[in-house]
Design a protein around this ligand. Structure first.
Ligand SMILES: NC(=O)c1ccc[n+]([C@@H]2O[C@H](COP(=O)([O-])OP(=O)(O)OC[C@H]3O[C@@H](n4cnc5c(N)ncnc54)[C@H](O)[C@@H]3O)[C@@H](O)[C@H]2O)c1
Length: 252
């Protein structure tokens, strides 16, 4: 039996990049997947269906309560329940590197709104559906930048630091309801958005590679095993934790 057979999983920010890889991996393990994004997630759903998986696409801005409520309603009406939520949506690839004193007010605010508030908003909409069944898995996507203190993207790094803290505190609030809340902290990954957006350099990738025990660039597929594990019953007694997936750059 597949590891997520009969489960229902929502993955935010899964139209492209690492989120799309998460959605495909969860579907390959038997989950019915809601592929949600502010962009059209149709192509990810087509790929899942072509591999005999089950998925629906929902356009949803994680900062918009009405859109979140509509996504939850559609999920429950089509699939009947919610077992897992992967809070992957974030502003990352489109952020250009700059000194902290040069970050415009509006850009700082939007990063906090999407990367922190978005996780809070979607989680609080999903938890009642998990609580009623006394089962659920929430996996938040943090980043090793928050552990390393990566310079030139202070708003992003601060937002991912908040995710590390939020994961611990949220886990304590929902543990009695048998809901686990964990985080993955990926190192630098070659993702669609990063490559297409151009906010990267060989030097940045090479510095990351050289800092690792496993000296190569990370691909989205390197992240998916952790997401599947933390979304599954194999992780039933793990909560409030952050798993670093970075080829051994940070022994955490
Ligand atoms: N690529 C990396 O090196 C890396 C490293 C560590 C952590 N991460 C994290 O992994 C996740 C995915 O990263 P990625 O590289 O694929 O980034 P990305 O920017 O390409 O993807 C993020 C996805 O979120 C979506 N999104 C943005 N705003 C949204 C909103 N308001 N509502 C719904 N969806 C929204 C985007 O459309 C996109 O599909 C992010 O949380 C990122 O912070 C990435």
């Amino acid at each position: 039996m597949a590891r997520l057979e009969n489960d229902v999983a929502i993955v935010t920010g899964s139209a492209r990049g690492i989120g799309a890889a998460y959605a495909k991996a969860l579907a390959a393990e038997g989950a019915k997947v809601v592929v949600a994004d502010i962009l059209d997630p149709g192509s990810t759903v087509e790929e899942i269906k072509a591999a005999d998986g089950t998925a629906i696409s929902i356009v949803c801005d994680v900062t918009d309560n009405a859109a979140i409520d509509a996504m939850i309603s559609q999920t429950v009406s089509e699939f009947g329940k919610i077992d897992a939520l992967v809070n992957n949506a974030a502003l990352f690839a489109e952020i250009s590197h700059k000194k902290f004193e040069d970050i415009p007010d509006g850009e700082w605010a939007r990063v906090m709104q999407v990367n922190i508030e978005g996780v809070w908003r979607v989680s609080k909409a999903v938890v009642p559906h998990m609580r009623v069944r006394q089962y659920g898995k929430i996996v938040n996507v943090a980043s090793t930048t928050a552990l390393k203190g990566t310079p030139m993207m202070l708003h992003y790094v601060s937002s991912k630091g908040a995710i590390l803290a939020m994961t611990k505190a949220m886990a304590r609030e929902v543990g009695e309801d048998n809901i686990c809340v964990n985080a993955i902290a990926p190192g630098l990954v070659v993702s669609d958005g990063l490559v297409e957006g151009g906010n990267w350099s060989d030097e940045w990738f090479d510095n990351n590679t050289n800092s690792r025990a496993i000296k190569r660039r990370a691909m989205p597929e390197d992240m998916v095993g952790t997401i599947v594990f933390l979304s599954s019953r194999e992780a039933n007694f793990i909560t409030g934790q952050t798993m670093v997936v970075d080829g051994g750059s940070i022994p955490h």
